[in-house]
Design a binder for this molecule. Structure first.
Ligand code: GLN
Length: 249
């Protein structure tokens, strides 16, 4: 069985971490033990994390733990007090073979970027071998999990000048040439969020001047739209574009 994580990215007027990740009826916290649309795995209890941006600081703040989000009372206490206009949160169900270590929990971070991966590369060793020269070995890319390697690929593309979204699309294309897998990705840089779908679902909603991109809707309000498979979704300000991955260069 392959396990699948849940993640969510937010861009818009400041929201609290609690309001985004804990309070909605099907929040990431609820999804960690009762996901509704998860195709693989049942609980997401092998770690979690949140990254968010604050004024006058390009790098995000990041909080990660190796435990389940629902069992972290400290996070429950601080989450309602922190507000940000750009947030990425993730709960993890470790793919068999990879440890349930804090370093393997998303979001991965480097410079202004946050990143998370939902899925698994089919042959992680082969993908690593084929693409090892394309990776920037930033500290987070060294974690013992396939997602970290994908983050290193993304950082290399971003540092070479790719936009947030085209960098993610490039990672998916790289992995597609090197093997197979499910590689649905989310990223943020403080001013935009982007996601690519490849084998795992993703939804987008525009609501009250904000854009949310998520593995599954966190409430039953109208407006959630599924992003088709193998597409790139990009949000900046309140504008959203969805394009096929092949066209995202
Ligand atoms: N393969 C990644 C990991 O082990 C992502 C897992 C997932 O999407 N469940 O953390």
């Amino acid at each position: 069985m392959t396990a699948v994580c849940r993640h969510v990215a937010y861009l818009g007027p400041p929201t609290t971490l609690g309001g985004l990740l804990m309070d909605p009826p099907h929040s990431l916290c609820v999804q960690s033990y009762a996901p509704r649309r998860q195709r693989h795995g049942t609980v997401n209890a092998d770690g979690f994390g949140a990254g968010w941006y604050v004024d006058r600081r390009a790098e995000p703040v990041r909080y990660r733990r190796a435990q389940s989000i629902w069992s972290d009372q400290s996070f429950a206490s601080l989450a309602p007090t922190i507000a940000s206009g750009c947030v990425l949160g993730a709960v993890r169900s470790a793919t068999p073979g990879f440890p349930a270590d804090e370093s393997c929990a998303a979001p991965f971070a480097e410079g202004p970027w946050l990143f998370s991966h939902n899925g698994a590369t089919a042959e992680p060793a082969l993908v690593r071998k084929a693409l090892r020269d394309a990776v920037d070995w930033v500290p987070d890319a060294l974690a013992p999990v396939d997602s970290a390697f994908l983050f290193g690929l993304a950082v290399a593309r971003w540092r070479a000048g790719a936009s947030l979204g085209t960098g993610l699309a490039g990672v998916v294309r790289d992995v597609a040439t090197a093997g197979d897998g499910r590689v649905t990705l989310l990223a943020a840089d403080g001013e935009r969020v982007a996601g690519v779908t490849w084998g795992e679902p993703m939804y987008v909603r525009r609501h009250h001047g904000a854009v949310v991109v998520a593995s599954e809707p966190y409430d039953d309000e109208p407006g959630w739209e599924e992003v088709p498979d193998r597409h790139l979704v990009q949000a900046e300000n309140s504008a959203v574009t969805v394009t096929p991955i092949e066209e995202a260069t």
